[in-house]
Design a binder for this molecule. Structure first.
Ligand code: NAG
Ligand code: NAG
Length: 519
């Protein structure tokens, strides 16, 4: 793997989650209280229909935390929390800025699409004392020279940091207590097949390392009583069971977690393009040899009963008016943003940050995962301050992109649909695309909508539309085909953009973003 991958692996485990000890309920008190009001709820699949791949899932006290891959999106490695395994809320990112080279800043026309954060790891370390998973986070490298490919972090029974990593030949590196250097490193297991995506656990006296054979979507596990040697197994945890979402790929590359009552679960993702990779949940048991396994190794449940109170922390749908002065944690920029070119102040002001013809080379495209199975993303945009040559609007953003937006030409403005913006296989711009249709608009504010259907095996389309009153929308342009190939890894996102083709100086104000399920 590249140096870039090395850096991201190092930093994603460099800082560790610690939750204030004051929030802990004594263990036996918790057992009694849960006995007296033992609730139950049904987790439906997918757990959340958003692109959140390469799962690390942990629990601290009554709260579950989840981290996922974000590639070049910034900030990276989102952290979500839940108390019922179904309803998740974005609470932060563990990588505030992707400090891996100029491409991540889009300097000199360079870009870093598909590089960046892969398979981040996240663990709770009680000995760290009081701090919060919401941050602030700092980053540092362990050392240069080894790529901890697809690493899973663990603090062993002596609080020593251990990192399982590698493909096929699984290695464990022991790190210094402050995680700034490597103490030792050894190969602990060799598969006779390609296996990657390590996740590392210490459960009831045993160390476990999960790994996945990605093409076959088979999850394996090895086990030892020592973190650094003596591993046996290579047992199957999940043998490519069918995704509970129709036409989704078999669930794989996940993590395991227990609830406060000691029931164990495996959360993995299904390939579900064009939307990306979406999490699904299953109960697991430990077999007679103490290996974790799906209750039926070949079959994934359509729902899971959990003895937890249903708890909706926040709704993924609704209207974001960009109130306050910071973005919500569900937002990620296409690359590190130019911080001087936007403001959040009860509305989002996007000043043009790049002069380019290519959407892919424009800085400060603000993205939001598409919510499945089908959703409408709608922005209200005030474009009274655009400059001639500027283009701003709402994209379906991926390696094949299209948008509805405003093109400013001289003193006039045209509402436009632009399509066929494509990347090369090295994720540079292949085509800047072309205008499909446009017409003059006399207003200075408009609602723009993309209605996307991301069901795998489904229509894989988006229809653009606009409205001048926010109530009646008019379809504009023909249906846009969402590309369903996997190579870009990340799924389609709504992308709010503003770039200049002539000169900087213009701006737009995004008054709101509304996300609504549709059918
Ligand atoms: C990227 O931008 C950040 C913030 O402006 C800056 O601190 C960093 O040095 C830049 N990195 C590179 C490699 O240009
Ligand atoms: C999807 O994207 C891939 C990679 O860019 C390309 O080869 C393929 O032709 C695209 N398919 C469609 C239907 O656009």
């Amino acid at each position: 793997m590249s140096r870039l991958t090395l850096w991201l692996m190092l930093l994603t485990y460099a800082e560790l989650i610690v939750v204030a000890l004051g929030s802990f309920i004594p263990h036996d008190a918790r057992e009694r209280s849960s006995e007296s009001k033992r609730a139950s709820s049904t987790v439906s699949q997918p757990v959340i229909w958003e692109d959140l791949a390469d799962i690390e899932i942990i629990r601290v006290d009554d709260t579950f935390y989840y981290s996922a891959s974000t590639m070049a999106y910034s900030p990276g490695a989102p952290i979500l929390k839940s108390t019922d395994l179904q309803n998740w809320e974005y609470i932060g990112h563990s990588v505030p800025s992707l400090d891996f080279g100029s491409g991540y800043n889009m300097t000199d026309g360079n870009t870093a699409y598909v590089k960046g954060i892969w398979a981040s790891s996240l663990k709770y370390r009680p000995s760290n004392g009081q701090c919060s998973p919401t941050g602030p986070w700092t980053q540092h490298a362990v050392f240069e020279g080894t790529c901890y490919y697809d690493c899973g972090l663990l603090f062993d029974e002596n609080d020593t940091p251990q990192v399982a990593y590698g493909s096929t030949n699984i290695q464990v590196a022991t790190l210094s207590s402050d995680l700034t250097s490597q103490v030792s490193n050894s190969q602990v297991f060799s598969y006779d097949k390609y296996v990657e995506g390590s996740r590392f656990y210490y459960i009831n006296g045993f160390y476990y390392i999960l790994g996945v054979q990605p093409g076959a979507a088979i999850e394996y596990v090895i086990k030892s009583s020592s973190p650094t040697e003596g591993y046996t197994g290579g047992n199957v945890v999940a043998n490519a069971p069918s995704c509970p979402v129709s036409n989704g790929g078999a669930p794989h590359q996940g993590g395991i977690v227990d609830d406060p009552q000691g029931n164990w679960y495996y959360m993995a993702f299904c390939d579900a393009y064009p939307g990306g990779r979406i999490p699904v949940l299953a109960s697991i048991t430990f077999d007679d040899d103490n290996f974790p396994v799906l209750s039926d190794v070949n079959s994934w449940p359509s729902t899971v009963e959990v003895p937890l109170d249903k708890n909706v922390l926040s709704s993924p749908t609704g209207t974001d008016e960009f109130s306050g002065t910071t973005l919500g944690h569900q937002w990620e920029w296409n690359h590190n943003p130019d911080e001087t070119a936007f403001d959040v102040d009860d509305g989002l002001t996007l000043r043009t940050a790049t002069v380019t013809d290519s959407l892919y080379q424009a800085r400060n495209t603000l993205t939001h995962r598409v919510l499945g199975p089908a959703s409408d993303g709608t922005i209200e945009i005030d474009f009274s301050n655009m400059k001639s040559g500027d283009r701003a609007g709402l994209a379906m953003f991926r390696d094949v992109s299209g948008w509805i937006g405003i093109i400013k030409t001289g003193e006039s403005a045209q509402i436009s649909v632009w399509k066929d913006i494509t990347m090369n296989s090295d994720w540079t711009t292949n085509s800047i695309g072309a205008l499909e249709t446009s017409k003059d608009i006399s207003e200075t504010s408009v609602f723009l909508r993309a209605s996307a259907d991301i069901r795998p095996g489904g229509a894989a389309t988006a229809q653009f539309s606009y409205s001048t009153d926010g109530a009646t929308f008019t379809d504009f342009g023909t249906t846009f085909s969402l590309n369903t190939t996997w190579e870009f890894f990340m799924g389609y996102r709504f992308g709010i953009f503003n770039f200049a083709t002539d000169s900087l100086g213009g701006s737009v104000e995004i008054k709101s973003f509304d996300l609504a399920l549709s059918d």
